[in-house]
Ligand binder design. Structure first.
Ligand SMILES: [Zn+2]
Ligand SMILES: [Zn+2]
Length: 345
Protein backbone atom coordinates (compact mmCIF):
# COMPACT_ATOMS: atom_id res chain seq x y z
CA UNK A 1 0.00 0.00 0.00
CA UNK A 2 0.97 3.64 -0.25
CA UNK A 3 1.84 5.39 2.99
CA UNK A 4 3.32 8.79 3.87
CA UNK A 5 6.38 8.28 6.10
CA UNK A 6 8.04 11.04 8.05
CA UNK A 7 11.65 10.29 7.13
CA UNK A 8 13.29 13.43 8.42
CA UNK A 9 12.62 17.01 9.34
CA UNK A 10 10.39 18.49 6.62
CA UNK A 11 10.62 15.23 4.72
CA UNK A 12 7.42 13.27 4.24
CA UNK A 13 7.84 10.58 1.59
CA UNK A 14 5.13 8.58 -0.15
CA UNK A 15 6.35 4.94 0.01
CA UNK A 16 5.10 1.51 -0.95
CA UNK A 17 5.07 -0.57 2.21
CA UNK A 18 3.56 -4.01 2.94
CA UNK A 19 -0.18 -4.00 3.62
CA UNK A 20 -0.95 -4.20 7.34
CA UNK A 21 -2.28 -7.53 8.59
CA UNK A 22 -5.71 -7.84 10.18
CA UNK A 23 -5.31 -9.37 13.66
CA UNK A 24 -7.70 -12.27 14.45
CA UNK A 25 -9.45 -10.01 16.98
CA UNK A 26 -8.93 -6.72 15.11
CA UNK A 27 -10.10 -4.95 11.96
CA UNK A 28 -8.60 -3.65 8.76
CA UNK A 29 -9.69 -0.18 7.70
CA UNK A 30 -9.50 1.34 4.25
CA UNK A 31 -8.65 4.90 5.22
CA UNK A 32 -10.92 7.50 3.61
CA UNK A 33 -9.72 10.69 5.31
CA UNK A 34 -7.13 11.73 7.88
CA UNK A 35 -6.85 15.19 9.41
CA UNK A 36 -3.55 17.02 9.78
CA UNK A 37 -3.18 17.95 13.45
CA UNK A 38 -1.10 20.77 14.90
CA UNK A 39 1.03 18.12 16.59
CA UNK A 40 1.62 16.42 13.20
CA UNK A 41 2.84 19.74 11.82
CA UNK A 42 5.17 20.22 14.81
CA UNK A 43 6.63 16.73 14.25
CA UNK A 44 7.08 17.53 10.56
CA UNK A 45 8.84 20.83 11.23
CA UNK A 46 10.97 19.96 14.23
CA UNK A 47 11.23 16.36 15.34
CA UNK A 48 11.12 13.45 12.96
CA UNK A 49 11.11 10.21 14.95
CA UNK A 50 12.30 6.72 14.11
CA UNK A 51 10.47 3.38 13.97
CA UNK A 52 7.64 2.56 11.56
CA UNK A 53 4.70 3.45 13.80
CA UNK A 54 6.55 6.63 14.75
CA UNK A 55 7.05 7.59 11.11
CA UNK A 56 3.53 6.71 9.95
CA UNK A 57 1.50 9.48 11.56
CA UNK A 58 -2.12 10.54 11.28
CA UNK A 59 -4.51 10.15 14.19
CA UNK A 60 -7.72 11.88 13.01
CA UNK A 61 -8.91 8.97 10.93
CA UNK A 62 -12.08 7.80 9.20
CA UNK A 63 -12.67 4.98 6.77
CA UNK A 64 -14.43 1.80 5.85
CA UNK A 65 -13.96 -1.70 7.26
CA UNK A 66 -12.45 -3.99 4.60
CA UNK A 67 -11.55 -7.00 6.73
CA UNK A 68 -12.83 -8.36 10.04
CA UNK A 69 -10.71 -10.70 12.17
CA UNK A 70 -12.02 -14.24 12.62
CA UNK A 71 -12.56 -13.64 16.35
CA UNK A 72 -13.86 -10.05 16.09
CA UNK A 73 -17.50 -9.50 16.98
CA UNK A 74 -19.73 -6.46 16.49
CA UNK A 75 -18.24 -5.20 13.22
CA UNK A 76 -18.93 -5.98 9.58
CA UNK A 77 -17.20 -5.33 6.27
CA UNK A 78 -18.36 -2.08 4.70
CA UNK A 79 -19.15 -0.28 7.96
CA UNK A 80 -17.99 3.33 8.20
CA UNK A 81 -15.87 4.23 11.24
CA UNK A 82 -14.13 7.14 12.87
CA UNK A 83 -10.97 6.28 14.80
CA UNK A 84 -9.25 8.37 17.46
CA UNK A 85 -5.88 7.53 19.01
CA UNK A 86 -6.20 7.03 22.80
CA UNK A 87 -6.00 3.42 23.98
CA UNK A 88 -6.18 2.60 27.68
CA UNK A 89 -5.77 -0.63 29.63
CA UNK A 90 -9.19 -0.67 31.25
CA UNK A 91 -7.74 -2.09 34.48
CA UNK A 92 -5.61 0.50 36.27
CA UNK A 93 -6.56 2.97 39.03
CA UNK A 94 -7.42 5.73 36.54
CA UNK A 95 -9.27 3.54 34.04
CA UNK A 96 -11.46 2.22 36.83
CA UNK A 97 -12.38 5.81 37.71
CA UNK A 98 -13.40 6.69 34.17
CA UNK A 99 -10.22 8.69 33.50
CA UNK A 100 -8.97 6.47 30.68
CA UNK A 101 -6.83 9.24 29.19
CA UNK A 102 -4.70 9.23 32.34
CA UNK A 103 -4.24 5.45 32.13
CA UNK A 104 -0.94 4.20 33.56
CA UNK A 105 -0.48 2.18 30.37
CA UNK A 106 -1.78 4.83 27.97
CA UNK A 107 -1.03 4.20 24.30
CA UNK A 108 -1.92 5.96 21.07
CA UNK A 109 -2.53 5.11 17.46
CA UNK A 110 0.11 6.91 15.36
CA UNK A 111 2.58 6.48 18.20
CA UNK A 112 2.57 2.89 19.47
CA UNK A 113 0.61 1.76 16.40
CA UNK A 114 0.86 2.95 12.77
CA UNK A 115 -1.37 5.89 11.89
CA UNK A 116 -3.71 6.88 9.09
CA UNK A 117 -1.67 8.71 6.46
CA UNK A 118 -1.88 5.50 4.44
CA UNK A 119 -4.32 3.58 2.27
CA UNK A 120 -4.92 0.92 4.93
CA UNK A 121 -4.76 0.86 8.70
CA UNK A 122 -4.93 -2.14 11.03
CA UNK A 123 -7.07 -1.51 14.08
CA UNK A 124 -5.70 -3.58 16.96
CA UNK A 125 -7.92 -5.50 19.35
CA UNK A 126 -6.99 -3.20 22.26
CA UNK A 127 -8.38 -0.24 20.31
CA UNK A 128 -11.68 -2.03 19.73
CA UNK A 129 -11.89 -2.87 23.41
CA UNK A 130 -10.41 0.16 25.19
CA UNK A 131 -10.01 2.76 22.47
CA UNK A 132 -12.06 5.19 20.43
CA UNK A 133 -13.66 3.38 17.49
CA UNK A 134 -17.09 4.75 16.54
CA UNK A 135 -19.47 3.72 13.79
CA UNK A 136 -20.69 6.68 11.76
CA UNK A 137 -23.80 7.09 9.62
CA UNK A 138 -23.90 7.59 5.85
CA UNK A 139 -25.05 11.18 6.44
CA UNK A 140 -21.68 12.16 7.91
CA UNK A 141 -18.90 12.58 5.38
CA UNK A 142 -15.56 10.91 6.08
CA UNK A 143 -13.88 14.31 5.92
CA UNK A 144 -16.19 15.85 8.52
CA UNK A 145 -15.81 12.80 10.75
CA UNK A 146 -12.08 13.52 11.22
CA UNK A 147 -12.96 16.67 13.21
CA UNK A 148 -14.43 14.48 15.97
CA UNK A 149 -10.88 13.74 17.17
CA UNK A 150 -9.84 17.30 18.09
CA UNK A 151 -13.40 17.98 19.31
CA UNK A 152 -13.09 15.08 21.77
CA UNK A 153 -10.32 16.80 23.73
CA UNK A 154 -12.23 20.08 23.66
CA UNK A 155 -15.28 18.34 25.16
CA UNK A 156 -13.18 16.67 27.87
CA UNK A 157 -11.54 19.99 28.76
CA UNK A 158 -14.78 21.95 29.08
CA UNK A 159 -16.29 19.14 31.12
CA UNK A 160 -13.32 19.26 33.50
CA UNK A 161 -13.62 23.03 34.08
CA UNK A 162 -17.41 22.86 33.98
CA UNK A 163 -18.19 25.55 31.38
CA UNK A 164 -21.83 26.33 31.98
CA UNK A 165 -24.79 28.65 31.53
CA UNK A 166 -23.86 32.31 31.48
CA UNK A 167 -20.12 31.75 31.93
CA UNK A 168 -17.95 34.38 30.31
CA UNK A 169 -15.20 32.46 28.55
CA UNK A 170 -11.89 33.71 27.18
CA UNK A 171 -10.02 31.53 24.68
CA UNK A 172 -6.40 32.06 23.64
CA UNK A 173 -5.94 30.88 20.07
CA UNK A 174 -8.27 31.00 17.04
CA UNK A 175 -6.92 27.91 15.30
CA UNK A 176 -9.20 24.89 14.83
CA UNK A 177 -9.01 24.05 18.54
CA UNK A 178 -9.79 27.59 19.66
CA UNK A 179 -12.77 27.73 17.29
CA UNK A 180 -14.08 24.37 18.54
CA UNK A 181 -13.76 25.69 22.10
CA UNK A 182 -15.76 28.78 21.14
CA UNK A 183 -18.49 26.73 19.48
CA UNK A 184 -18.75 24.27 22.37
CA UNK A 185 -18.85 27.11 24.93
CA UNK A 186 -21.83 28.55 23.02
CA UNK A 187 -23.53 25.13 23.12
CA UNK A 188 -22.95 25.08 26.90
CA UNK A 189 -24.76 28.41 27.14
CA UNK A 190 -21.76 30.67 27.72
CA UNK A 191 -22.28 34.45 27.85
CA UNK A 192 -19.31 36.24 26.33
CA UNK A 193 -16.96 34.08 24.27
CA UNK A 194 -13.86 36.19 23.77
CA UNK A 195 -11.18 34.83 21.45
CA UNK A 196 -7.63 36.20 21.58
CA UNK A 197 -5.41 35.61 18.57
CA UNK A 198 -2.14 37.06 17.29
CA UNK A 199 -2.83 36.56 13.58
CA UNK A 200 -5.17 39.37 12.53
CA UNK A 201 -6.57 37.38 9.59
CA UNK A 202 -8.04 34.87 12.02
CA UNK A 203 -10.04 37.41 14.04
CA UNK A 204 -12.92 37.90 11.59
CA UNK A 205 -13.13 34.16 11.04
CA UNK A 206 -13.42 33.61 14.82
CA UNK A 207 -16.36 36.02 14.99
CA UNK A 208 -18.09 34.23 12.13
CA UNK A 209 -17.56 30.83 13.76
CA UNK A 210 -18.78 31.42 17.31
CA UNK A 211 -16.83 34.11 19.18
CA UNK A 212 -18.80 37.10 20.50
CA UNK A 213 -15.63 39.20 20.60
CA UNK A 214 -12.17 38.81 19.05
CA UNK A 215 -9.08 40.56 20.39
CA UNK A 216 -5.68 40.96 18.78
CA UNK A 217 -3.25 39.40 21.25
CA UNK A 218 -0.37 41.59 20.10
CA UNK A 219 -2.12 44.94 19.82
CA UNK A 220 -5.11 45.07 22.13
CA UNK A 221 -4.91 45.82 25.82
CA UNK A 222 -6.35 42.52 26.94
CA UNK A 223 -7.18 43.03 30.61
CA UNK A 224 -9.21 46.24 30.22
CA UNK A 225 -11.05 44.77 27.23
CA UNK A 226 -11.98 41.60 29.13
CA UNK A 227 -12.96 43.53 32.28
CA UNK A 228 -15.11 45.81 30.17
CA UNK A 229 -16.94 42.86 28.64
CA UNK A 230 -17.52 41.12 32.00
CA UNK A 231 -18.95 43.84 34.26
CA UNK A 232 -15.45 44.44 35.59
CA UNK A 233 -15.07 40.94 37.03
CA UNK A 234 -12.89 39.10 34.55
CA UNK A 235 -13.67 35.80 32.87
CA UNK A 236 -15.25 32.83 34.65
CA UNK A 237 -13.16 30.48 32.51
CA UNK A 238 -9.97 31.14 30.53
CA UNK A 239 -8.84 28.43 28.11
CA UNK A 240 -5.31 28.59 26.72
CA UNK A 241 -5.46 26.79 23.36
CA UNK A 242 -2.24 28.35 22.07
CA UNK A 243 1.22 26.87 22.64
CA UNK A 244 2.50 29.91 24.53
CA UNK A 245 3.75 30.27 28.09
CA UNK A 246 3.09 34.01 27.83
CA UNK A 247 -0.57 33.25 27.15
CA UNK A 248 -0.59 30.80 30.09
CA UNK A 249 0.58 33.58 32.41
CA UNK A 250 -1.71 36.23 30.89
CA UNK A 251 -4.68 33.90 31.31
CA UNK A 252 -4.48 34.19 35.10
CA UNK A 253 -4.71 37.98 34.87
CA UNK A 254 -7.90 37.71 32.81
CA UNK A 255 -9.74 35.36 35.17
CA UNK A 256 -12.16 36.68 37.79
CA UNK A 257 -11.82 35.91 41.49
CA UNK A 258 -12.36 32.14 41.86
CA UNK A 259 -12.00 31.91 38.08
CA UNK A 260 -10.88 28.72 36.34
CA UNK A 261 -7.88 28.78 34.04
CA UNK A 262 -7.08 25.79 31.90
CA UNK A 263 -3.77 25.13 30.16
CA UNK A 264 -4.97 23.14 27.19
CA UNK A 265 -2.26 23.49 24.55
CA UNK A 266 1.02 21.64 25.03
CA UNK A 267 4.32 23.54 25.13
CA UNK A 268 7.76 22.38 23.95
CA UNK A 269 9.52 19.98 26.36
CA UNK A 270 11.02 21.65 29.43
CA UNK A 271 8.94 24.84 29.08
CA UNK A 272 8.39 26.85 32.23
CA UNK A 273 5.72 29.46 32.85
CA UNK A 274 6.27 32.24 35.37
CA UNK A 275 3.11 33.16 37.23
CA UNK A 276 2.28 35.75 39.91
CA UNK A 277 1.75 33.52 42.95
CA UNK A 278 -0.15 36.15 44.91
CA UNK A 279 -2.52 36.68 42.02
CA UNK A 280 -3.50 33.04 42.37
CA UNK A 281 -3.48 33.07 46.18
CA UNK A 282 -5.48 36.20 46.95
CA UNK A 283 -7.92 35.91 44.09
CA UNK A 284 -8.34 32.14 44.54
CA UNK A 285 -7.81 31.34 40.89
CA UNK A 286 -7.59 27.64 39.98
CA UNK A 287 -5.32 26.40 37.20
CA UNK A 288 -6.29 23.15 35.47
CA UNK A 289 -4.35 20.97 33.07
CA UNK A 290 -6.19 19.33 30.18
CA UNK A 291 -4.87 16.55 28.02
CA UNK A 292 -6.61 14.04 25.78
CA UNK A 293 -9.99 12.41 26.49
CA UNK A 294 -11.81 9.21 27.22
CA UNK A 295 -13.88 7.07 24.83
CA UNK A 296 -17.16 8.63 26.03
CA UNK A 297 -15.92 12.11 25.03
CA UNK A 298 -15.08 10.75 21.59
CA UNK A 299 -18.60 9.30 21.32
CA UNK A 300 -20.07 12.70 22.27
CA UNK A 301 -17.90 14.41 19.65
CA UNK A 302 -19.07 12.08 16.90
CA UNK A 303 -22.69 12.68 17.99
CA UNK A 304 -22.36 16.47 18.06
CA UNK A 305 -20.88 16.51 14.56
CA UNK A 306 -23.38 13.96 13.23
CA UNK A 307 -26.30 16.03 14.51
CA UNK A 308 -24.65 19.17 13.07
CA UNK A 309 -24.60 20.87 16.49
CA UNK A 310 -21.05 21.58 15.43
CA UNK A 311 -20.66 22.11 11.71
CA UNK A 312 -17.36 20.37 10.96
CA UNK A 313 -17.50 21.33 7.29
CA UNK A 314 -16.90 24.99 8.20
CA UNK A 315 -13.65 24.09 9.91
CA UNK A 316 -12.20 22.18 6.99
CA UNK A 317 -10.57 24.74 4.73
CA UNK A 318 -8.34 22.52 2.58
CA UNK A 319 -8.20 18.91 1.39
CA UNK A 320 -5.30 17.20 -0.40
CA UNK A 321 -4.88 13.69 -1.84
CA UNK A 322 -2.35 11.39 -0.14
CA UNK A 323 -0.01 11.90 -3.09
CA UNK A 324 0.32 15.57 -2.12
CA UNK A 325 0.88 14.98 1.58
CA UNK A 326 3.98 17.15 1.77
CA UNK A 327 2.14 20.01 0.08
CA UNK A 328 -0.68 19.53 2.57
CA UNK A 329 1.73 19.84 5.50
CA UNK A 330 3.36 22.94 4.03
CA UNK A 331 -0.11 24.44 3.67
CA UNK A 332 -1.06 23.54 7.25
CA UNK A 333 2.25 24.93 8.54
CA UNK A 334 1.47 28.31 7.00
CA UNK A 335 -1.54 28.43 9.33
CA UNK A 336 -3.71 30.30 6.85
CA UNK A 337 -6.85 28.20 6.91
CA UNK A 338 -8.20 26.11 9.76
CA UNK A 339 -8.22 22.36 9.26
CA UNK A 340 -6.32 20.54 6.47
CA UNK A 341 -7.45 16.99 5.71
CA UNK A 342 -5.84 14.28 3.59
CA UNK A 343 -8.49 12.56 1.49
CA UNK A 344 -7.85 9.21 -0.23
CA UNK A 345 -9.00 8.97 -3.88
ZN1 LIG B 1 -5.15 15.79 16.59
ZN1 LIG C 1 -5.44 2.03 32.55
Amino acid sequence: MKAALLEGIKHLALRDIPDPVCEPDGLLLQVAACGVCGSDVRNYLYSANTGVSQRLKGHEVSGRVVAVGSKTTGFAIGERLSIAPPISCGQCYYCQRGLQHLCDHYQEIAREYPGGFAELMAIPAVALQYGCVCKITDQLSFTEATVSEPLSSVIACQEAVNVGLGDNVVIFGAGPIGILHAQLARIHGAGQVIVIEQRPERLGQALKLGATMALNGLQDDLRPAVLNATENRGADVVIVAAPSSMAQAQAIRLARKRGRVVWFGGLPKGSETKVDANDIHYREVTIYGAFSYSPRHNRMAVDLISRRKIDASKLITATFPLGQVEKAFEHAAEGKGLKTVIVMN
